[in-house]
Design a protein around this ligand. Structure first.
Ligand SMILES: C[S@@+](CC[C@H](N)C(=O)[O-])C[C@H]1O[C@@H](n2cnc3c(N)ncnc32)[C@H](O)[C@@H]1O
Length: 267
């Protein structure tokens, strides 16, 4: 079968078809585009057909390829972790602006936020926690692949860092409300529920984290959390009632309030 025939018969979005075909053949995407007349080896044609069928069934392209780029780092991903989103890069930018020496990333998943920070601030001590052992296996693989030494810990939020304090705590915790119709649409259908859902109003994890954060922050330390559409007022109120000042919300590139945070008040 020729490249052009395979692409046309895939019945998926053309850009995604080219990506998957390049993966199946070991060619670059540019080469797939430049040589539509090229004859495909049988193994590549059947590998591509299998990947296209998975995509037609709705599986996210990142899980099919087993990777996703985040903040310039190519990261291994699997259905054990949330697929890192471009909008989460805002949280990384806000973290870097604060030039912390010690950072805690809560709910690290494949390690995206922690590794992005460590890449830019190699002298910083970066600890990353997740409740999912399978996620930490991937985070470890990503850390090794990029030679970035982060300290991965298994457990619930602050339990693995008892007695420690950080200049900065960041997190992209689960923040979708149970029963949210978006859970039945698109890529999120394939992502781990424990990475997405946080109680009836989506704020359960954020409440947990904000409520405990002051016990794990150095004096004047910052807490920055990604949250969902329309949650910024509730998150700011929580921060105000838990000992934070300089409370603010930052919009992502689409203009959606995406990250809220504050600085621990000094007594
Ligand atoms: C929305 S995902 C974020 C993944 C990654 N940080 C990112 O931004 O792409 C939330 C992560 O929090 C983890 N998580 C959920 N509840 C947790 C808990 N109680 N303690 C620690 N991690 C938790 C999940 O396993 C998941 O990896």
């Amino acid at each position: 079968m020729k490249v052009a025939t395979a692409l046309a018969s895939a019945a998926i979005e053309p850009r995604e078809a080219r990506l998957l075909l390049a993966e199946a053949c070991g060619f670059s995407e540019a080469s797939v585009l430049a040589h539509p007349e090229r004859e495909l080896p049988a193994a590549a044609a059947s590998g591509f057909a299998a990947m296209a069928a998975r995509r037609r069934a709705g599986e996210p392209i990142a899980y099919i390829l087993g990777r996703r780029e985040f903040y310039g780092l190519m990261l291994a991903v699997s259905p054990a972790v949330l697929i890192p989103r471009p909008e989460t890069e805002l949280l990384v930018e806000l973290a870097l602006e604060r030039r912390p020496s010690t950072v805690l990333d809560l709910g690290t998943g494949c390690g995206a936020i922690a590794l992005a920070i460590k890449q830019v601030l190699p002298q910083a001590r970066v600890v990353a926690v997740d409740a999912s052992a399978a996620a930490l296996v991937l985070a470890q693989r990503n850390a090794a692949r990029h030679s970035l030494a982060i300290d991965l810990r298994h457990g619930l939020w602050f339990a693995p860092v008892a007695g420690e304090r950080f200049d900065l705590i960041v997190g992209n915790p689960p923040y979708v409300a149970e029963g949210d119709p978006h859970l039945a649409q698109g890529d999120v259908r394939f992502e781990p529920r424990a990475a997405l859902v946080a109680g009836p109003d989506g704020l359960e994890s954020i409440r947990d984290i904000v409520g405990q954060a002051k016990n794990f922050l150095a004096p004047g330390g910052w807490l920055l959390l990604e949250h969902g559409l329309g949650q910024e007022t509730a998150v700011r109120q929580l921060l105000a009632s838990c000992g934070f000042d300089a409370i603010a919300t930052w919009p992502d590139l689409a203009g959606i309030a995406r990250v809220s945070g504050g600085r621990l008040k000094s007594d």
